[in-house]
Structure formats: C-alpha cells, structure tokens
Design a protein around this ligand. Sequence first.
Ligand code: URA
Length: 203
Amino acid sequence: MNLTLDEVAAQVRACTRCELYRSRTNGVPGNGNPQAEIMFIGEAPGWHEDKQGVPFVGAAGQFLNEMLASAGLTRDEVFVTNIVKSRPPGNRDPLPDEIAACSHYLDAQIAAIQPKVIVTLGRFSMARWFPGERISRIHGQARRFGSFVVVPMYHPAAALHQASLRETVEADMAKLPRIIDEARQNSANDEEATPPIVQTRLF
Ligand code: URA
C-alpha cells in the first residue's frame, strides 16, 4: 500500500532500521511541495539538518537555494530530501547498509510525489540510478527512467569547497527549466498515447 508523505515522515522520525538512529538528534525526512514536479535528492543530513530535522539548511543548503533561484525555482515548489535520512556521525560517507535501509523511504516518497524530474546531488544519490558511473562524465545529462527523468549534478557542498565546480553546477542548473519543460511535454504525450480505460458491455 502506498504511504503518504506524512506517514513516511513519521516513520523516518521513529526509524531504527540502521545504527544511525543511535547518534542522530532528528530523522530528516525531507520537505517541500508534496505535488512537486521536481525532486532534489542529496546525500545525508549534516549537523544543522540533524538539529532542525530539515534538509539542506546549512551552508550547502544556502548554496542550493541560490542555485534554485538561478533556475527560477524556490524551495516551496520543489521537494528536497536525502538518500539517507539520519546524520552519519561526523558527516562521514553513508555506508551501503545505511543506504539500503533507507531506500524504502525514498521509494515511498517518489511514489507519493510522482515527480517528472529527479535531480541527484552528489555521487551517492546518483549511484541509485547510475551505478558505476562517474559524475564528471554524466553531470547535467538527463536520462529517462519510466515516468521521470533523472539529472545527476555535483553536490552543492563540493562546489562550495572547489571553486572550479561552481560554474559547472551553475551551468547544469541553467539547463533545468528546459529539462522540466521537456519532461512535462513527454508526460503529456504519454497520457495522450495511453488510451482511456473503456468499460465495455457484452450483449
Ligand atoms: N548535505 C546533504 O547531502 N544533505 C543535506 O540535507 C545537507 C547537506
């Protein structure tokens, strides 16, 4: 049965599926528009996110907000979450078993929101759809997966720490309005191509 976003959030806050619950302050389910056409998926909550229970509120979040604004988007119209919903101690990389334990929540969020575009931020969320790929090779390129397209991008924190990546992230973000328009067009075409279910009567 499909979960609502509120149900997912309640489960994330009470989650003990992996060891991260022992050291976290708050589970961080995600936030934004429940009907968003576009979803951003980062890595894992950091210190600020763990304290507030809200994703991308620290320095990387400020940069993400600026990048969204440059693409004509606000946090209110998108949905932002992470591949892992509890903070790894000391902001270490999430472990494979932590990512696996959390994937059920991301599946449920994607099913509830039904986005047209998913932007992965960084290599951990990218690996969910592009296992074994290198971000330096495929960043900014949209690929369709059934009813949505996935666009891998560098993590905003990487761009904060490495000035040369900032322009790359800006250029990839600048492509988003067009990618969103194309995804809208594709989903409109899909709806046209799918014949309505007609009740036939047998005489
Ligand atoms: N980095 C992430 O990947 N996610 C957050 O929520 C904050 C920083």
